[in-house]
Design a protein around this ligand. Structure first.
Ligand SMILES: NC(=O)c1ccc[n+]([C@@H]2O[C@H](COP(=O)([O-])OP(=O)(O)OC[C@H]3O[C@@H](n4cnc5c(N)ncnc54)[C@H](O)[C@@H]3O)[C@@H](O)[C@H]2O)c1
Length: 177
């Protein structure tokens, strides 16, 4: 996390969480809001529908489709300092509608990352990949450098972003495979 921006004389830290209505986000958002380093931050939470944002004056909920270019661009205006990208079409939903899953998991995600590469206020990006990029079958042990064998559409989509190294793609300044 960046040092509190107010301490550096900058405008408050802005945090964007996509997929904010999802399972992982429910934990992540709770932790973020409780983090004293982000006491002065503002938060934009976004998901397809308004799932009821936490009652916190720092939070704004923006409901919309991340695959909608205009909507997604609006989420980054003003620019965010921290982006936690958890939106995705997963599991059976992705198997049932490959085109939708590709639009959200690949196209919208790549567009978001490309926008975040723009010069200006650089953002710290957290992208949750999936162990599913490694199998089945999973190697034993299963480590960052294990060969990737994505077997499902969502796993293939995550492989596109991180080239088989969950968590690293977004750290390489936008070097997406
Ligand atoms: N749950 C886990 O244990 C786990 C483990 C490792 C990685 N991950 C990864 O973390 C991410 C989130 O997982 P989760 O379990 O919270 O999933 P989830 O399905 O609970 O949440 C995903 C959210 O994305 C939203 N979403 C889908 N399409 C959208 C669109 N077009 N526009 C905006 N929002 C959209 C959904 O409404 C949903 O709320 C995924 O990338 C997943 O692969 C999850």
């Amino acid at each position: 996390m960046p040092q509190a921006s107010a301490e550096r004389g900058e405008s408050p830290t802005r945090v964007l969480v996509t997929g904010a209505g999802g399972y992982l986000a429910s934990f992540v958002v709770r932790e973020l809001l409780a983090d004293s380093r982000l006491a002065g931050a503002s938060f934009v939470l976004t998901d397809l529908t308004d799932v009821g944002a936490p009652h916190d004056p720092r939070v704004r909920f923006a409901a919309g489709d991340l695959a909608d270019e205009e909507f997604a661009a609006g989420l980054l205006d003003p620019a965010s300092d921290i982006v936690i990208h958890l939106a995705g079409v997963l599991g059976g939903a992705a198997e049932a509608d490959y085109d939708l899953a590709r639009r959200v998991n690949v196209d919208a995600t790549l567009r978001l990352f490309e926008w975040l590469r723009r010069p200006g206020r650089p953002a710290r990006v957290v992208y949750a990949s999936s162990i599913a990029v490694f199998g089945p079958p999973l190697s034993d042990p299963c480590v960052d450098d294990s060969p990737a064998h994505p077997g499902t559409p969502p796993a293939h989509h995550r492989r596109v972003h991180v080239r088989g190294r969950p968590g690293r793609g977004a750290r390489r300044g936008g070097a997406l495979a």
